[in-house]
Design a protein around this ligand. Structure first.
Ligand code: FAD
Length: 347
């Protein structure tokens, strides 16, 4: 049995963000377990649009060294209507960011796939094929199909979708991220983001669309939900393990980085309840987003036309148009508001 103070399962953005923050706060004796390595690990983490807002970059304290592109606007394209939203962010080189975070944490990352976790009298035990790890604090940063969530929290994702990300040849110099919405993509969208080296990231939920001329293709699950129990005694779940991605935009990078950081700060203080309070009160994780998702998912073509009509003549004075849309179409108010809040605070 290997013993440590803090065991982190998963070395994605959430797990490494927690590790970096724990070390910054002087916590020692940390082990990270990661089931993947090399090309498989990099491919998994490259399967992503890699877009994150400037706001999140600043809150997560990651700096802009791993930025490959600056973003200054998002466009929602719905048939002949293009809604332009001014929003600032970056496209990150996610694999590079993970490497930088791993190095700056100075933590040992052991290659191991955790099969089960359980409570022990004085902490937690994680079992892998070859070894048992005993820890005082346990952080589940093990993504969409979290063993920690399943074994110790006992709940499942409310929404689970296989997303396909394609790297295709195209103009990677643009500063705009584009979302295509229509009944073809129920409750979701097709995205088209700039990437690097003459490539673009084009993606959709599996079965809603197809791209054949890709340079690289990856499929990963996006999960989300409204159960906000993220702490039990000295164990917590962060990032996708805690279903923290936004149900409308599916932005989860910022939530992963911030939740890892907040969990670490609470562990450093010896009391995880601060992390639970942060999640419970944070606007990012408000249940209104999930309600908006369920409404939006049911829209047929006439409802898309109706909802976008206030924006037909352009996107100037967007705030006023949005206000007019909310007043004239109160049944869609939560969707309008959630999209607006999503771009402002949740990516
Ligand atoms: C196609 C796609 C595009 C996306 N685009 C964006 C975007 O543009 N912007 C945005 O903000 N969000 C985006 N997201 C969401 C974002 O990628 C996730 O929310 C984010 O990766 C969550 O990070 P995480 O560290 O919590 O989990 P993960 O990135 O899933 O990392 C979990 C880690 O844990 C490891 N692990 C899992 N189980 C075990 C185990 N049993 N034992 C040991 N290790 C384990 C995994 O190998 C992995 O390395 C996208 C998601 C997808 C699928």
């Amino acid at each position: 049995m290997i013993r440590c103070n803090v065991l982190i399962i998963g070395s994605g953005l959430a797990g490494l963000s927690a590790a970096v923050r724990l070390r910054e706060m002087g916590v020692e004796d940390i082990i990270i377990l990661e089931r993947m390595s090399g090309g498989q690990y990099e491919h998994y983490h490259r399967t992503c649009g890699e877009a994150i807002s400037d706001r999140m970059v600043s809150l997560a304290g990651i700096g802009r060294d791993c930025a490959i592109r600056s973003i200054d606007s998002a466009t929602i394209a719905c048939g002949s209507v293009d809604i332009h939203i001014h929003t600032k962010g970056i496209i990150i080189d996610r694999v590079e960011l993970l490497k930088v975070m791993r190095e700056s944490s100075g933590c040992k990352v052991a290659r191991a796939s955790v099969r089960t976790v359980k409570r022990a009298d004085d902490g937690y035990i994680a079992e892998t094929e070859d070894e048992e790890y005993h820890c005082k604090y346990l952080i589940g940063a093990d993504g969409a199909f979290s063993v920690v969530r399943k074994n110790l929290f006992g709940y499942r994702p409310e929404v689970k979708m296989a997303a396909v990300n394609n790297l295709v040849e195209g103009n990677s110099e643009t500063a705009e991220i584009r979302f295509f919405v229509s009944p073809q993509y129920p409750g979701s969208y097709r995205w088209d983001f700039p990437s690097k080296d003459g490539l673009r990231s084009v993606g959709y939920m599996q079965g809603t669309d197809e791209v054949t001329d890709y340079v690289e293709q990856g499929i990963r699950f996006i999960v989300t939900g409204t159960n906000r129990t993220v702490v039990k005694d000295n164990c917590c779940i962060v990032g996708d393990a805690a279903l923290l991605a936004n149900p409308l935009s599916y932005g989860g990078i910022g939530a992963a980085l911030l939740s890892g950081r907040k969990a670490a700060e609470s562990i450093a203080k010896g009391d995880l309840s601060g992390y639970q309070k942060w999640v419970s009160k944070n606007l990012m994780f408000n249940p209104h987003f999930m309600q908006a998702y369920y409404t939006f998912k049911e829209w047929d073509q006439s409802e898309f036309d109706d909802a976008t009509a206030p924006f037909l003549s352009g996107s100037n004075l967007l705030l006023l148009r949005g206000l007019y849309a909310v007043l004239r179409r109160p049944k869609w108010a939560n969707v309008y508001m959630s999209i607006w809040m999503g771009f402002k605070y949740c990516w």
